[in-house]
Design a protein around this ligand. Structure first.
Ligand SMILES: Cc1ncc(COP(=O)(O)O)c(C=O)c1O
Length: 387
């Protein structure tokens, strides 16, 4: 089905129960446009969870914001409310940006209450959670403004994103921001993923202690601005299948739930703790291996012929701001692994994958006393860079 951009905006507004929708070339531009639209003084702080993908942080900086971070919790790897409150009390925070980690909605009531009390804007990043629900409402319908991404996450598209809001002035400012960029050159999209990989690899070396390379991080900002921010054209949307994919989303979610059920039954609880996934879009199935460094476990299993994918994000806060002691973020980075749910494989394949995973964890736990010390610093970033 082909559609005019205005029709797509109408469908998305209705789907997320918002009055306005502004289409963008991708989620990054949606976040930059949303934060620009809020019209806070340059240098206001946008508060992110410490564990997440780094691209939204660049989006905030493109819009003139200073990134700031709060710790996460160990229940679902979203914001730790106490840490959010502490950061707010530190001053200068103009926006709080939950990312609904692994697709699981953050505590929107708790965040909204804090934001209301301090006159801070709540900005939802819905990239990982399209299809998720919190108290019967879709993520994307909360806060002052929210941002969608259609690119290779819950929707399998190569372009697209959107800003959603009930405030017509915000929508107008977001649209002006988006229209101000030049159209994207689709033939250069491969450069984007190459630049992201190079960035993750570099942060991996820095996280492992090679601070001499820290100065190399700055040029990525200019590179990402050039690659990520763009306007879109009528033709981009006429060929887009975003509405077809949106219609398929309930079936996609149903299939993911079935696979999650398989994991839950096959993994057991011996040394493997599932994170809370209530209402989640199930972007991944996150489990924690308490006391285990996941990268050590993966190195061990790979030596025994097992290949497990790790969907997870590092604690990025020291890359963008002074290092703080976020104990839970460090634990999530070290001990949490998101298992894949997005395959076209039959459900039985997930059963085998989970059984192998459980066996490998048991073998690892039995072997731990005999293993040499392992230094996991930077390994997750390197994994993201290399994949
Ligand atoms: C949580 C989150 N938000 C936003 C983005 C950016 O979205 P896009 O890739 O559509 O620019 C990403 C990924 O890059 C992400 O992981």
């Amino acid at each position: 089905m082909s559609s005019a951009p205005a029709d797509i905006e109408t469908v998305l507004s209705r789907h997320f129960a918002r009055r306005h929708c502004v289409l963008t070339n991708r989620g990054t531009t949606a976040l930059a446009a949303a934060l620009h639209a809020l019209d806070r003084p340059v240098g206001s702080r946008a508060l992110f969870p410490a564990v997440m993908c780094s691209i939204p942080v660049f989006a905030a900086r493109f819009a003139g914001w200073a990134p700031a971070f709060a710790d996460v919790n160990l229940t679902d790897a979203n914001f730790d409310l106490n840490s959010v409150e502490q950061a707010i009390n530190g001053g200068g925070v103009g926006a709080v940006v939950p990312v609904h980690m692994f697709g699981k909605p953050d505590n929107m009531d708790g965040l909204a209450a804090l934001c209301d009390r301090h006159q801070i804007d709540l900005v939802e990043d819905v990239a990982l959670s399209m299809g998720a629900e919190y108290r019967g409402r879709p993520t994307g319908s909360f806060g002052r403004i929210s941002c969608l991404s259609f690119v290779r996450k819950m929707l399998p598209l190569e372009m697209g994103g959107a800003v959603l809001t009930d405030d017509s002035r915000l929508a107008e400012r977001a649209r002006t921001f988006v229209d101000g960029w030049t159209p994207e050159d689709a033939s250069r999209r491969s450069e984007t993923s190459a630049a992201m990989k190079a960035f993750h690899t570099l942060t991996g070396y820095v996280a492992a202690g090679d601070w001499s390379r820290g100065a190399l991080l700055a040029p990525f900002e200019g590179e990402f601005r050039r690659l990520l921010l763009a306007s879109t054209s009528q033709a981009d949307w006429e060929s887009s299948i975003v509405l077809d994919e949106l219609k398929k989303l309930p079936d996609v979610l149903q299939a993911r739930r079935a696979r999650a059920e398989v994991y839950e039954n096959a993994l057991g609880e011996n040394g493997i703790q599932a994170l809370d996934r209530s209402g989640s879009s199930l972007f991944a199935y996150p489990v924690r291996l308490p006391g285990v460094e996941v990268e050590n476990f993966l190195a061990f299993s790979s030596n025994r012929g097992y290949t497990f994918k790790r969907i997870a994000y590092p604690d990025i806060h020291p890359v963008f701001s002074p290092r703080e002691s976020f104990a839970n973020a460090a634990t999530v980075e070290r001990e949490v692994i998101g298992l894949p749910l997005d395959d076209d494989q039959p459900v039985s394949a997930f059963w085998e994958y989970a059984a192998d995973f459980r066996r490998a964890v048991e073998d690892f736990l039995a072997a731990v006393p005999t293993l040499p010390p392992f230094d996991g610093r930077g390994k997750l970033e390197l994994r993201m860079g290399g994949s």
